[in-house]
Every structure is written in structure tokens, then in C-alpha cells.
Design a protein around this ligand. Structure first.
Ligand SMILES: C[S@@+](CC[C@H](N)C(=O)[O-])C[C@H]1O[C@@H](n2cnc3c(N)ncnc32)[C@H](O)[C@@H]1O
Length: 254
């Protein structure tokens, strides 16, 4: 009998081929508990993974410490934001969405949290860019391509790669969401991030993800993994910035 965790692995695979072995599943970067949970907890039914108080405090801090210069380099590489369609994927309290809009882009805000959506909408009003930001229906990161059904000049994924259900699937989702000749930007903490300050459980899950591609919860990806996953697909160029020990930053052109 396969262990119970099989049930949460990609259901299409289970139906097509009943006896996949564990090693293949892990090597393929498939998910275990995460996918099952994502079928049960649905944002369209009012579920929000971000506690209300936390969202407001985090939003306050994010807006206070927001450094718009992070977008300068991207702006140079992609040749300006004016008139570009940008997807802010995992957009949270909306500081990047608003900044893209202020620089002339048409922005789609996408996230799973209804509280962040409210906060971001209020900020868009405050900065007078509500007409340049489309607030997409709430959804999981991994579902974004299926839900949005369109491609963008720039897909911007900042600080939330770890919340994907499956790293491998999510890298493909990001790639698919970028139009031909468009760009993708991913900034993520990696598995070194504050690892000694985290719980034993988080350290174990980080190790399992790093060594066996077994992702339970939200461990950060190991250094270089996100770039490698994107390089599974045809790209014209990929820039990576590994200057910070505990984070990876990549830009790619499709
Ligand atoms: C650390 S915040 C980053 C927000 C924003 N990108 C920024 O840099 O300020 C993580 C974001 O991921 C979102 N998130 C968490 N789990 C998610 C999921 N499964 N699907 C979609 N978004 C998710 C949260 O609601 C939150 O907005």
C-alpha cells in the first residue's frame, strides 16, 4: 500500500498511473500535503491564509520600507514600463503594483489574500492609479495561469516563491505567463535565510525540499534552484544576482 501522502500528489498522475514510486515523485518535484490543502482551503470561499492583524502590520512595514529603486534595474532591462502589461504575482499590499502603475504600466494585481486586496485597493486609490490596476480574483500562485489565461510583458514575483504549492510547477506557471519576448523577474529568499533562527520542523522541511524535492509548507528554495527551473524552458537570456547570501534574484527574457 502506498503511504497516505500519495493521495496529495498530483491527482492527474494518480489517475493515469496508479503506482508511481516515491522516488519519481520526489525527483519530479511533485507536491505532497500542499496540493491536498490547496484543494480544501479555497480563497473564493472566504479563506485567507494571512491573519488580518498580521496583514495590516506587514502592509504598514512594507509600505514604510518600500524602496522603489529595485524597479530601476528592471525598467532599464525591459526598456521602460510605459504601456507595458505587468503581472504582480503574489502582490500583497500592492506597493510594487502601485509603483508600476505610477511608471506607466497597466498592472494586474494577483494574490490569495482578501485582506491584502483591500489594502492594495485603498493604496491604489490613494495614489490615484486605480484605473491602471486590475485586481484579479483571488487565487493560489500555482493557479495563476489557469485563472488569468493571458500573458504579460513582465511577470513580477517578489518575496513569495516559497508559497507555491510546488516549486517546479510554479516555475512553469511563471514562464507560461510571460509572453514571447517578454520578461520574468523573481526575487526570493533562499534556504539559507535565517535558517538558524527557524524551528527544527522548518529546518527539517527545508532539508527535505532541498535534498528530496519534498515540499511541505513553505520552505525557501535552495540557492540557484529557481534559475535552474526556469532554464528548463527556452529563454533568450537570464540574469542572476546572487550577491546576497540568503536570497536569489533573477530576470529572464523569453
Ligand atoms: C511576503 S508577502 C510578499 C508580498 C509582495 N510581493 C511584496 O514583496 O511586498 C507574500 C505574499 O504571498 C501571498 N501568498 C501567500 N501564499 C499564497 C498562495 N498560496 N497563493 C498566492 N499568494 C500567496 C500573501 O498573501 C502575500 O501577499
Amino acid at each position: 500500500m502506498p503511504p497516505i501522502v500519495y493521495l496529495a500528489v498530483d491527482h492527474r498522475m494518480i489517475f493515469q498511473a496508479g503506482n508511481i514510486n516515491v522516488f519519481e515523485i520526489y525527483q519530479g518535484g511533485r507536491i505532497v500535503l500542499n496540493e491536498l490543502l490547496s484543494l480544501i482551503y479555497r480563497p473564493e470561499k472566504g479563506w485567507d491564509p494571512v491573519p488580518y492583524e498580521h496583514a495590516y502590520q506587514y502592509a504598514l512595514a512594507s509600505w514604510d520600507t518600500f524602496d522603489a529603486s529595485e524597479l530601476d534595474e528592471i525598467e532599464t532591462i525591459i526598456g521602460g514600463f510605459q504601456g507595458k502589461h505587468v503581472l504582480d504575482l503574489g502582490a500583497g499590499s500592492g506597493q510594487y503594483s502601485v509603483e508600476f502603475a505610477r511608471r506607466g504600466a497597466m498592472v494586474t494585481w494577483y494574490d490569495i489574500s482578501k485582506t491584502y486586496k483591500k489594502i492594495a485597493e485603498n493604496k491604489a486609490k490613494e495614489f490615484n492609479v486605480l484605473d491602471r490596476i486590475h485586481f484579479a480574483p483571488l487565487g493560489y500562485l500555482d493557479e495563476a495561469y489557469r485563472k488569468l489565461q493571458t500573458c504579460y510583458d513582465l511577470v513580477f514575483n517578489h518575496g513569495c516563491f516559497c508559497y507555491s504549492v510546488s516549486e517546479k510547477n510554479f516555475a512553469k506557471v511563471i514562464y507560461d505567463l510571460v509572453r514571447q519576448n517578454g520578461f520574468g523577474y523573481i526575487y526570493t529568499n533562499n534556504s539559507k535565510f535565517r535558517i538558524n533562527e527557524t524551528s527544527k520542523s522548518f529546518q527539517l522541511r527545508t532539508w527535505l525540499n532541498e535534498k528530496m524535492w519534498l515540499k511541505v509548507g513553505h520552505p525557501h528554495p535552495p540557492r540557484g534552484r529557481v534559475a535552474k527551473l526556469i532554464l528548463n524552458y527556452p529563454v533568450k537570456r537570464l540574469w542572476y544576482n546572487f550577491q546576497e547570501l540568503d536570497s536569489d534574484r533573477i530576470i529572464f527574457e523569453k
